[in-house]
Design a protein around this ligand. Structure first.
Ligand SMILES: C[S@@+](CC[C@H](N)C(=O)[O-])C[C@H]1O[C@@H](n2cnc3c(N)ncnc32)[C@H](O)[C@@H]1O
Length: 288
């Protein structure tokens, strides 16, 4: 039998040296909410409470899996994005805060026009569905399509659409070899957060990403890093309506090349934005 305060010390000691202290603290908060239903304040208020053996075992297992650098979101099977709940597993990338900034940019660009008419949106490489679902939830009159090459990812995205009560049309296709999957459709907005990490950047990455997140979602070849952007920009010239908007999340080291790529593909009003960490992270461009 162990009291909550003792469990906290046990948890911290178990992960000491594996993660910085603040991160361990944050894992404990997330796990206490998930397994015990406790908010931050309860951890102090209920410090003397005895944790039942089943929950103690959950924490013990969590420590072991975190030591293996498994991301806590995969262990618990859920995360939050743009204030909404999302299921995640190892077939989808864990949604990142930078992507929330991109979603916010899209919503603010589209909302003024979305009251009177239907807005057709296409999300390429949808993964967990985080972009598509938060747009559908926050843009009135949005009709959202979401495409991914991975069937397993689409199955997670489908569950997330259901859980969040939105209607999305999912398309299973390889964007680099599209046939007729999107024929006859015209969009007001196309958005993509495609794979953009170069092999040469692998050594900058931590084990929790490298060993557990899907490489299909992350990596591109060093000498063809913008392959997805090139194909999607060309495709968008066909699929976007006049004055349609193309949004990308981008590799922080390739902002200049991205602006050039968009202007070579005849896009106008190209904007490059930084994320909250001052890294070049997203672009917006208009099709004339
Ligand atoms: C960086 S992840 C983005 C996931 C999600 N949109 C997000 O922002 O968290 C890229 C996604 O592109 C998908 N993908 C990779 N290659 C693809 C291809 N050739 N055609 C379509 N989707 C692809 C992956 O399965 C993955 O879900």
């Amino acid at each position: 039998m162990m009291q909550l305060k003792a469990l906290k010390i046990y948890f911290k000691n178990g992960l000491k040296g594996y993660y910085p202290n603040e991160e361990i603290e944050s894992f404990f908060l997330i796990a206490s909410e998930f397994y015990l239903g406790y908010k931050r304040i309860d951890i102090s208020l209920k410090a003397d409470e005895v944790v039942n053996p089943k929950n103690y075992n959950h924490f013990q297992e969590l420590i072991e899996r975190l030591k293996n650098y498994e991301p806590i979101q995969y262990i618990l099977g859920e995360t939050e994005f743009f204030g909404l709940p999302f299921k995640v597993n190892e077939s989808v990338l864990i949604p990142r805060p930078e992507t929330e900034e991109l979603v916010d940019w899209i919503i603010n660009s589209v909302i003024p026009h979305s009251v009177e008419k239907q807005i057709n949106i296409l999300d390429i490489g949808t993964g967990s569905g985080c972009i598509a679902i938060s747009l559908a939830k926050n843009i009135p009159n949005a009709k959202v399509y979401a495409l991914d090459v991975s069937k397993d990812a689409l199955s997670v995205a489908q569950q997330n659409a259901q859980q969040n009560n939105v209607d999305i049309t999912f398309v299973n296709a390889n964007v680099l070899e599209l046939n007729s999957e999107l024929n006859d459709l015209q969009f007001d907005v196309i958005v993509s957060n495609p794979p953009y990490v170069r092999e040469l950047e692998k050594e900058l990455m931590h084990d929790n990403v490298l060993k557990h997140e899907p490489h299909l979602a992350l990596f591109v070849e060093d000498d063809n890093a913008l392959v997805f952007y090139r194909v999607i920009a060309e495709l968008s010239q066909k699929l976007l309506k006049e004055n349609g908007l193309l949004f990308f999340e981008i590799n922080e080291y390739l902002g200049v090349q991205m602006k050039q790529l968009l202007s070579e593909n005849k896009f106008q009003d190209i904007e490059l934005r930084q994320d909250i960490n001052q890294k070049d992270r997203m672009t917006k461009a208009v099709k004339l």
